[in-house]
Design a protein around this ligand. Structure first.
Ligand SMILES: [Zn+2]
Length: 432
């Protein structure tokens, strides 16, 4: 299948942030074969006149928990500890794998509706989300957690068995070793994570420095910051992407830089749970690789990378009381290339480039909030909305276009199953 996008405002997100105001992208099967100025000579099966719309790489969401989609709006007006221990965990006890499948399908619909083409999913169910990714032809990384409830001897064995069962060599799916957080896992568990990451050549992901409570407890028990504590355990000796990174000091940042740790910024979730504001500008000054994640809809409440871009930029302006810091271009790169790097996929996604995977989105610039068309890069961060996305393609396959989803299950069926599942969970948890 050959597709030609023409008459488009192309944002490549390449090394020079090249823009082609009237450019083209050619796709053959799952790959990009041309990006550049207007050109003839491609015998396309499908020719799409974009009428000046934006064509750019799909967003990469570097931290979320897709099966939690069912809990949207159920744990409000609460800060992290109460949100997690008192509101969310009692619901999760009743979540069946089948519920996780439908919740992940709903998440995938929401992701592709808003132009996200790849996601790092963390959850204690892995089989059901993985199956949803396969059904939908969605790209993503699935974390496999080291289970903190198991004893030291059983942990590695349990993890290896699950990895062998899950890894079907699907080119759209990759894996992470996950330790959840330093609150959930003891020292031996954290050492197990690094052992498994090295043995299977996989990156690790962990929630880190999300709350002051977490940092305070760690300093009290170990005499070190969480970042220093993990470094001394060898956790950063291999590939790692940490989520949140709010409460860090200068030495913590030096450690991230030294080990090329990727930081996933989750601004909307951090603001809503009153956890704090990550020091994005300082990270940028240190040259630390940043990406954007939404976290789950139980805390943010939307899988919306437009909102994350807006907040990543504007939060820093307020933090530093300086309107010049963290420009639109910076957050666009975090939402695309930074995400690709955080998922260790930057050799195949995150930019529009010949030979790269055809993970492409089209954003309409026709609605009133885009006019006048003075600065489309600024508009993309400060004016655009999630609903401006009119087409989302993953590996050359269209998953969303103009109100229709092509994700392997009818959208109405997904809504029905999710409604049924959450009613049942709330009944069991005696919430309603
Ligand atoms: Zn999280």
């Amino acid at each position: 299948m050959k597709t030609r996008f023409y008459n488009a405002y192309i944002i490549t997100c390449d090394d020079d942030f090249t823009i082609y105001p009237n450019g083209e992208v050619w796709v053959e099967d799952d790959k990009i074969v041309y990006v550049g100025e207007k050109k003839e000579g491609f015998m396309a099966d499908k020719k799409i006149n974009c009428f000046g719309d934006i064509i750019m790489p799909g967003f990469v969401n570097s931290h979320t928990h897709l099966p939690m989609q069912l809990f949207r709006g159920l744990a409000e007006k609460t800060s992290f500890n109460n949100w997690w221990y008192d509101q969310i965990r009692p619901l999760e006890e009743h979540l069946k794998p089948e519920d996780s499948f439908w919740a992940t399908m709903l998440s995938i619909a929401e992701l592709v509706r808003g132009g996200t083409t790849c996601v790092l999913n963390n959850y204690f169910h892995q089989k059901a989300p993985l199956y949803a990714f396969e059904v939908a032809n969605m790209r993503g990384a699935i974390h496999i957690d080291v289970r903190y409830k198991l004893n030291k001897e059983a942990r590695r064995h349990d993890w290896e068995n699950r990895f062998a069962e899950l890894d079907k060599k699907n080119p759209l799916i990759t894996f992470f070793v996950s330790s959840h957080s330093i609150i959930s896992l003891d020292e031996t568990g954290l050492i197990d994570c690094t052992y498994l990451a090295k043995k299977y050549d996989l990156p690790q992901t962990i929630h880190l420095c999300e709350t002051l409570d977490e940092v305070g407890k760690c300093e009290k028990e170990t005499g070190k910051t969480p970042v220093k504590y993990l470094e001394e355990l060898g956790f950063f000796d291999y590939k790692a992407t940490i989520a949140h990174g709010i409460h860090v000091d200068k030495e913590d940042m030096d450690i991230f830089k030294k080990h090329d740790v990727n930081v996933s910024i989750n601004m909307s979730s951090n603001l809503k749970l009153a956890s704090g504001i990550a020091p994005i500008y300082s990270y940028m000054q240190k040259g630390i690789s940043l990406s954007l994640g939404t976290d789950s809809v139980a805390s943010n409440n939307r899988l919306d990378m437009f909102k994350e871009m807006f907040l990543a930029s504007t939060s820093q302006k307020v933090l530093l009381m300086d309107a010049k810091v963290v420009e639109p271009k910076d957050v666009i790169l975090m939402a695309t290339r930074g995400g690709a790097k955080a998922l260790y996929l930057d050799d195949k996604i995150g930019q529009l480039k010949k030979g790269y995977q055809a993970d492409i989105i089209r954003i309409s610039i026709s609605d009133p909030h885009w006019h006048p068309h003075t600065d489309l890069i600024s508009h993309l961060v400060y004016s655009a909305m999630y609903s401006d996305v009119v087409m989302t393609m993953v590996a050359g396959k269209v998953l969303y276009e103009n109100g229709t989803y092509y994700i392997g299950r009818p959208i109405e069926k997904i809504y029905d199953e999710c409604d049924k599942a959450i009613k049942e969970i709330l009944k069991k948890a005696n919430k309603k």
